[in-house]
Structure formats: C-alpha cells, structure tokens
Design a protein around this ligand. Structure first.
Ligand code: ATP
Ligand code: MG
Length: 625
C-alpha cells in the first residue's frame, strides 16, 4: 500500500495548476530531454509490467494449494507450489532492485542534463538579468524544479503505468475468478475515495503552507548569516527581535508539521480500514458462497488477497492528473529560464579581435537600461517588483556620447555621482549594448566581435572588486589559469601587493573570505589590479573606489596604476586628484552628457563644472595630506 501526496517540493506549484492544460509543446520538449534515455525508460517500464505480473502469482498459487494439493493430499505439489511462491518473491525483489536502478539512471541523468543546460544558459545571460533576478529563486530553479521535472518521468510516469497495469491485471484476474465478489469489493470503494480526496486536499494545502513557511525561515537565515547581514544585525538590529521573528516562523513550521503528520496518518489509517473492510466483506460474503458450494475455498482466499491490491492504485490514479500537471509545471518553469531572451550574444559571423591596438571610439552613443520584460524572467524577480515598474521605456541614461581614445592614451571620466560614468564604461566590454550609436574598438563595432576575444582585450578593475572565496593565487589565476608562480609574483609586485600577500598566514594560498573580507579596500583593489595585469589586456577600464584611501594606500595604488596603465589604452573613472592630473584627456560627465573636455589646465581655466569638482576634491583631500 503506497501513499502519494506528491513530494512536498511540488505542493507550492499546485496553486498554479488551476487553468493549466497539458500543453503539447511542453510535452514535446520534455520528451526531448527524456529521449536520450528511451531505451532505459523502455527497460524501466518493462520491469514495472513484469513485477506487476509476478505480483499476481502468489494468490493463484495459494488457491492451487488449497483447492488442488490439499484435497488430493499431494505433498509433492505442495512443495513445488511453495517453492514457486518463494521464487516469485525472490524474482520480484530482484526486479525491484533493477527497477530502482533504471529509474535512478533516468532520473539522475535527466537532473544532470537539465542542470547543465540551465547553468550554461544562466551564465550567458546579460548582466541586466542578474541585477533583476533574486538569486534564491534562481538557485531553487536549478535545484527543486529540475528535480520536479525528472520526477515527472520516473515518479509520475512510473506510478501511472504501474498502477494502471496492477489495477487492470488484478481486476481482470478477480473478475475471471469470481465477478460477483469483485463487484462487491468495489462497492466499498466510494466509502474511501471520497473522504480520501478531501483529506488529500487538506494535506496539499498544509504542505504548501509548510513550504512557504520553510522558505521564509530560510530567507531569514541566509540573509542574516552572512558577513554583511550579521554585521548589520549587530550594528543596527536587536537580537531579541530577531529571535522573536525566527521563533515565530519556526513555531509555525512546527505546528504545520504536527498537523501534516496527523492528517497523513488519518489518510493512511483510512486506507487500511477500507482494505480491512473490503477483505472482511469478501470473506463474509465469500464464505457464504463457499458454504453454498458456489465457489471454492481457494478462490475465496485468492480473492481476499487480491482485494488489497486494488485500493492503493485506485487512490493513486484519482490523483494522477494532479501529479502529472505538477510535473509539467516543473518542466515549464525550467523551460521558462531556458527560453529567457539572451539579448547579448555573438552575432552570426562575429569576428575575433586579433592583436588589438586599443583604439576605443564612442560614436554618438545613447543608452537606456533595458526594460525588465526584455532581460528578465518575471517569476525570478522579487515579488511585486514588476508592478512598481513605470510604464513606458526606461529613461535614457547616456545621451550622444562622442569620444575617441587613441591607443595607449589615458582618458579620465569625472563627474557627479549618478552621472553615468560606470554605465559608460560598461558599454565597452558589452555588459550592455548601446541603444543608439556604436562603440568601436580598432574600428570594429563591439557587436561584430566575438565576446571571448572582446573580453580578452579588456581588463576591468571595478569600483568594488569581487574576489571568489578561494586562495589569493586561485583568484589571480582566474584571469590566466596557466600563470606560473613567478608571473603571479611579478604582477603582484607591480601592483604593490606582493608584500601584503606574503605576510598573510598562508601567503598566496590564503583563502580570501567571501567577498575578500580579510583584505582592506585598498588591498583588494591592488589584488584586482594584479589580476588585470596578469591578463595583460590592451584596454584597461578602472572604476576607482569612491571611498577615500588613506595616504599610504593611495600612494601604493597610484604606484601600482602607473605601472598598470602604461602602454595601455586606459579609461579611468577617476575620483582621485592624482589619477585625474595624469590623464591625457579629461571628460566631465554630467547627467549622461559630456559637458566639458580637455586637459587639467584647460578645464581649470574654463572655470566650469570641472573647476567646481576640483575645488571640492582639493578641499576634501587637503586635511589628509
Ligand atoms: N542596472 C541599472 N538599471 C537601471 N538604472 C541604472 C542601473 N545602474 C545604474 N542606473 C542608473 O543610471 C544612472 C547612472 O549610473 P552610474 O552607475 O553610471 O553612475 P556613476 O556616474 O558611475 O556614479 P558614481 O560616481 O556614484 O559611481 C543613475 O541614474 C542610476 O540610477
Ligand atoms: Mg560608478
């Protein structure tokens, strides 16, 4: 006797089942993922058929013992029949193992295939997708929905096939043996199926509620138990409030757990009672028939044994439609991500950028950030976020930017916060595509280049550089996996970070914590500079940290930069006087436009926005000098 309420992971989807129809397109694509396993699936279905048929044997064998062997006093036949019963049990055990093996080969195989496909799809998504997507929701797509989808093939499909076969063969055998008793056994069925449907519904809603509560509890834990979150709680939060919130959530999880257990047991007990009643009815009525000589004793025993085999499958089949729909929903959720638009990809016939000189040209570039519906999967965003989106296209952030940066030159972009400097720089490595105009490198529109060669030509040191939770060496080698230890050291010396790394507990093998927490801001930037130097790109984009470094750190970073930027085209988003003064050209960006351009002296003499910015910078920097 088996119970199927559907794995809890799917319960949440059942809400979404209303109005879902079996979409042929989805089924076809789902089959596409199952196709490589078609032979294994065939074998799996075959084991189901064989084990259902073997399951029919024992009652028939018992019947033969009672009706034939015992009356004839044929001891040899008893031994043979008993031996066959034992063999049947062994056979069905072995087939059960084979069946489990096949189903896991299919299931785990499909999980693997779907995951790999999703991972590759997601890593190729544009940056805009990641800025909009809730990481938790995305991870759950790669975990739970993928598992739900494979369950459609091994779980649901397997259970439907096995239930249909068990039910059909058992009912047929029963009808052949004694049709009146069979009908009688079926009469008690509504007694069970109707209440069971009710309890099943309650159970579904409990497990859905439990899923949501669990998710809330997990969200609180993941948000609080990372370095940044824990720090925020310590500095601004209140332990007792946090504990109170968490305690409430945990308590509700506990309460639903108790209710779930209770209803589950009621369901199970009810099924047991019906089977017992069914058996009793078969014995009660059947015994009368045996006494009146209508049927044999063996038939009665066999019927009683069969009757327990029909209630479980009948119950499962009443829920089969829901199970199937649930599984299909999982597939749909996986396909939703696989089908998400990849707005930035290599165009057919894209060419490699070979031996780049590093001439960067912004040709009348205008840009607006892409609208949500273009770049993201709505169901992966924070709930409600799409409702808050203003209607119409998003505002233009950059207007008609027109600059040429000759190879090896350094251009500084300066301007107030939010002016669009970071945005402008992100157009060069094609983190975003321009809305109008073009960005060209050595005369090639970046959209005509392969992304691999484009990214190889550009080294970016971001405003807040990210380090993976790995050793310093591994982080550096991310830019160039084949770099030797000597090359690492040379880059780190040039970036003025070697001495700091050597002083770490394990030197280059020190793990830098999540987000590089053991390094100071300035040190982290210098590691990022070393990483960029290892890559040895023709074009460097440096988004300076807005926060002020202390004098010593600033001098170090400046020395590192002098080495790093030499002989490379440099686009520097500058917040520090020292970098700005060294630039060949300074562009002042304000509200998405280049409002002034020239050398430091020119711009100072102009007495415009630059002069104003310069004065504040000097004013702020002066006390530390
Ligand atoms: N992912 C995004 N989606 C939509 N709008 C964005 C996004 N990122 C930035 N913006 C908007 O674009 C404008 C320019 O932002 P940007 O980050 O380029 O400014 P910035 O000049 O680098 O400022 P700062 O000096 O503070 O770093 C801002 O108004 C900002 O709100
Ligand atoms: Mg910025």
């Amino acid at each position: 006797m088996r119970m199927r309420f559907g794995p809890p992971g799917h319960a949440r989807d059942r809400e979404a089942l209303k109005g879902v129809t079996l979409d042929r397109g989805v089924l076809k694509r789902a089959w596409g993922f199952a196709r490589p396993y078609r032979l294994v699936i065939l074998g799996f279905l075959a084991t189901i058929v064989v084990s259902s048929l073997i399951g029919l044997l024992p009652p028939l064998l018992f019947r033969a013992i009672i009706d034939t062997a015992i009356p004839e006093g044929n001891r040899q036949l008893v031994v043979v029949l008993t031996a066959v019963t034992v063999a049947a049990a062994l056979g069905s055990a072995l087939i059960g193992i084979l069946q489990r093996w096949l189903s896991s080969v299919i299931g785990e195989g499909m999980i693997h295939d779907l995951r790999v496909a999703l991972f590759d799809k997601v890593q190729r998504m544009p940056v805009a997708f990641f800025t909009r997507t809730q990481t938790g929701a995305l991870i759950s797509r790669l975990n739970n929905d993928v598992i739900g989808a494979q369950d459609a093939v091994t779980g649901t499909l397997g259970s439907i096939v096995s239930n249909v076969i068990v039910l059909a063969t058992t009912l047929t055998t029963m009808l052949i043996l004694e049709w009146r008793l069979t009908l009688l056994a079926l009469v008690v069925l509504p007694l069970f199926v109707l209440p069971a449907k009710r309890v099943g519904k309650v159970l579904q809603s409990i497990s859905r509620e439990r899923m949501n509560l669990n998710a809330q509890m997990n969200t609180q834990m993941t948000e609080r138990f990372n370095v940044a979150g824990a720090m925020l709680v310590k500095l601004y939060g209140d332990y007792d409030d946090e504990l109170g919130d968490f305690g409430n959530r945990a308590a509700r999880v506990r309460d639903t757990g108790v209710r779930q257990a209770l209803y589950g047991r009621v369901f199970f007990v009810a099924l047991g009672v019906v089977a017992a009643v069914g058996t009793a009815v078969v014995y009660g009525v059947g015994a009368q028939l045996v006494i009146s000589g209508t049927i044999s004793l063996g038939t009665l025993v066999a019927m009683a044994a069969y009757v327990t085999r029909i209630y479980g499958p009948l119950n499962d089949l009443t829920n089969a439609r829901v199970d199937l729909m649930t599984a299909i929903v999982s597939f749909e959720r996986v396909f939703e991500v696989l089908d998400a638009p990849t707005s930035i990809q290599d165009r057919p016939g894209a060419v490699d950028l070979v031996e780049p000189l590093g001439r960067v040209e912004f040709d009348h570039v205008s840009f607006r950030y892409p609208a949500a519906n273009v770049v993201s999967v709505a169901s992966l965003e924070a709930p409600g976020s799409t409702d808050e989106l203003p209607a119409g296209p998003p505002p233009e952030v950059l207007h008609d930017i027109d600059v040429v940066i000759e190879p090896g030159r350094e251009v500084a972009f300066v301007g107030p916060s939010g002016a669009g400097k970071t945005t402008l720089a992100s157009l060069v490595p094609r983190l975003y595509d321009v809305t109008a105009g073009a960005v060209r490198i050595d005369g090639h529109d970046v959209r005509d280049l392969t992304q691999t060669s484009l990214h190889a030509a550009i080294g970016v040191v971001a405003q807040d550089p990210h380090l993976f939770h790995e050793s310093v060496a591994a982080n550096l080698r991310y830019a160039r996996p084949d770099a030797t230890a000597a090359e690492l050291e040379r880059a780190c010396r040039a970036a003025r970070i070697h001495d700091v790394i050597v002083a770490l507990p394990d030197g280059y093998d020190t793990i830098v914590g999540e987000r590089g927490y053991r390094l100071s801001g300035g040190e982290k930037q210098r590691v990022a500079i070393a990483r960029m130097l290892l890559k040895d790109p023709a074009i460097v984009i440096l988004d300076e940290a807005t926060s002020h470094l202390d004098t010593e750190n600033e001098a170090m970073v400046q020395a590192a930069l002098d080495d790093a930027l030499r002989h490379r085209t440099s686009i520097v988003i500058a917040h520090r006087l020292s970098t700005i003064r060294d630039a060949d050209l300074i562009c002042v960006v304000d509200d998405g436009r280049i409002v002034e351009r020239g050398t430091h002296e020119d711009l100072l003499a102009l007495g415009g926005l630059y002069a104003e910015l310069y004065l504040t910078l000097v004013g702020e920097t002066a006390p530390t000098r």
